[in-house]
Design a binder for this molecule. Structure first.
Ligand SMILES: [Zn+2]
Length: 244
């Protein structure tokens, strides 16, 4: 269930909280019970207030965000048994382990498959951590199974564009050898997570799980493809941190 602070305001003046519709009278009672500040975002015409806490204590170098989660599985490739929310978590955990072993402080926005997060909440967690960089990790999918490329998205601010270029170049160089993978470059994308996060931020669409050759690599029990993707993300983040 989504936290109340991630609520959206419905057209009729009631508010959507965790998928259920409450009347303002009910919200008033809740406001008294839990404190008005928690619901301060529920004002028509204003974006919802997002309150987030950093999951780790102390200074954080990078927040890694495993895309999707909870009731949102992300993209699927059923013949290969691939579920995006599981792949993103596996890669984020491996990348975090690599970066921690090299002395970097890392926080993840979620560490299990059941947690669902709003897009803005993901960026808000990175802000709460005071992170130097934020990476939202995804796997791409398309109707045409031939398509397979790396791509990194940046928000509307220049701080994200340079970081996205570093991440895309690192992912492509690490993942292309021996494959038909193309380089999709970088593109602007007004993601809630990228817009909310105040530090250099990027959303990486690593590879296409809809491409059969790529899907076979991702589904291979040896885990080599996922490990390579994780190592590439860690290398890109480390290169960025070293130069920023
Ligand atoms: Zn995704």
């Amino acid at each position: 269930m989504a936290p109340a602070t991630d609520a959206a305001v419905g057209r009729d003046g009631s508010a959507m909280v965790g998928g259920r519709r409450f009347r303002w009278s009910a919200l008033a009672v809740l406001g008294v019970l839990f404190g008005a500040t928690a619901f301060s975002g529920l004002v028509p015409g204003r974006p919802p207030t997002v309150v987030a806490a950093c999951p780790v204590a102390g200074a954080v170098d990078v927040v890694l965000d495993p895309g999707h989660g909870g009731v949102d599985p992300g993209a699927l490739n059923e013949p290969f048994g691939l579920v995006e929310k599981e792949l993103t978590l596996a890669v984020a955990e491996q990348a975090a382990a690599i970066l921690r072993a090299r002395g970097h402080a890392v926080a993840l926005t979620r560490t299990d498959g059941d947690t669902g997060l709003g897009n803005s909440e993901r960026g808000a967690i990175a802000n709460a951590c005071g992170a130097r960089a934020f990476v939202s990790i995804h796997f791409n999918s398309f109707d045409d199974p031939v398509v397979n490329y790396t791509k990194s998205f940046w928000g509307v601010r220049a701080k994200d564009q340079a970081f996205s270029r570093v991440m895309d170049a690192t992912l492509f160089a690490a993942l292309q050898p021996g494959t038909d993978l193309a380089d999709g470059g970088v593109e602007e994308f007004e993601s809630g997570a990228l817009l909310r996060a105040t530090m250099p931020s990027t959303l990486v669409e690593t590879v296409f799980l809809s491409n059969p050759d790529e899907a076979a690599r991702l589904a291979n029990p040896d885990g080599a493809r996922l490990a390579r993707i994780a190592a590439a993300i860690a290398a890109g983040v480390e290169a960025w941190l070293a130069g920023s």
